[in-house]
Design a protein around this ligand. Structure first.
Ligand SMILES: [Mn+2]
Length: 353
């Protein structure tokens, strides 16, 4: 399906000595899984490889190890100047942080000292992603909106190269797949995602052991935080919206970080009749993060786009520069208006390509 693009990416790896793989800030399972899988592929080509994660590796990663060193700043790269910079799971050029945005714009690494020229002009940028409206910022763009996860594209690329999806490579692809499909339950799950998952299992993945590492790693604090949050869930729009707000004070009380909220928004859909789950996190006096979830029959991007956010039909987020209560009222109204107008996305359009 992507043979022409796969062929060009292979051609780049054949020639590349040094490869940088960058992914988005606050890396999720797909960002980590697709970075790890792609790093393993680059290592197979003998490339010296680095992974750029502006906010670092999340604390709970089920993978046994990351195949390449992880850096958060270009300064940590030393004299490492990549021939090829891959961007995985980045819906736009800003998602990997300002230094990587600059790399995309200038095709070179930022200068180590102010006033110096950037290093390595002529870095080739490869954009591998599955977000809608990806602006195709790469020299090569492997972008498929219908793919459930970026890791799915990386998995298909590995198969194109004839690399078996065994061991760490299989796990890395599988991690991205299960994260972005909610264990193959979200609207983006298509026959191709399951078939790829099945091929990874056939190649030897111990699914019970992997799932245990992936899911059974909570602290008691997180369990109790989620319990408190669930008690505070309210329904709006005749039960079509489940909303939960998280204040700074509550997070401080529990002594937990934002990573402990990962996945909570999806649970809001569990209430019968709910079409949109709406999680609102207070980040500052006039700064909130909103996370919206649907089952694919309501396009949550239509709401987050108002605030400059992005994502997918069924999972999207944005930052709203307002106090918590005001942001809640405003966004609730935006969702309600669209529900009333039935601004639904047609779930049948979500097909495999
Ligand atoms: Mn993704």
């Amino acid at each position: 399906m992507y043979d022409d693009i796969f062929k060009s990416v292979k051609g780049l790896l054949d020639k590349a000595g040094r490869v940088l793989i960058a992914t988005h800030v606050v890396a999720d399972g797909d960002a980590v899984g697709s970075s790890a899988a792609l790093a393993l592929i680059a290592l197979h080509f003998g490339c010296d490889t680095r992974i750029f994660m502006r906010t670092g590796l999340p604390s709970e990663v089920p993978l046994r190890s990351m195949p390449a060193p992880i850096v958060r700043y270009c300064a940590e790269l030393g004299d490492f100047v990549p021939d090829v910079a891959f961007f995985v799971d980045c819906g736009d050029a800003r998602r990997a942080g300002p230094e990587m945005e600059r790399l995309i714009l200038k095709r070179s690494l930022p200068a180590p000292e102010a006033g110096e020229e950037g290093r390595g002009p002529g870095v080739t940028v490869v954009n591998i992603d599955h977000h809608a409206a990806n602006p195709m910022f790469g020299d090569v763009n492997l972008v498929c909106e219908q793919c459930a996860a970026t890791a799915e594209l990386v998995g298909l690329f590995a198969e194109y190269l004839g690399l078996p999806l065994t061991g760490d490579l299989g796990e890395a692809v599988y991690y991205g797949l299960v994260t972005d499909t909610g264990n193959f339950t979200f609207a983006n799950t298509h026959a191709g995602s399951l078939a790829l998952g099945a091929r990874i299992l056939a190649a030897g993945l111990d699914v019970a052991d992997f799932s245990k590492r992936c899911d059974n790693n909570w602290s008691l604090g997180r369990m109790r935080l989620w319990g408190t949050l669930m008690r505070g869930v309210n329904l709006f729009a005749d039960g079509a919206i489940a909303c939960c707000t998280v204040s700074r004070r509550l997070m401080e009380e529990f002594g937990l970080g934002n990573e402990d909220l990962e996945g909570f928004a999806s649970w809001l859909r569990r209430v019968k009749g709910v079409r949109v789950g709406f999680l609102l996190r207070e980040d500052g006096p006039e700064n909130c993060k909103i996370s919206l979830r649907s089952m694919g029959d309501f396009d949550v991007r239509a709401v987050t786009a108002i605030y400059g956010g992005g994502g997918h039909v069924s999972a999207s987020g944005a930052t709203v520069r307002l106090p918590l209560a005001q942001a809640q009222a405003l966004v609730l109204k935006e969702i309600e208006d669209r529900l009333r107008a039935d601004g639904s996305a047609d779930a049948s359009k979500i097909l495999y390509c």
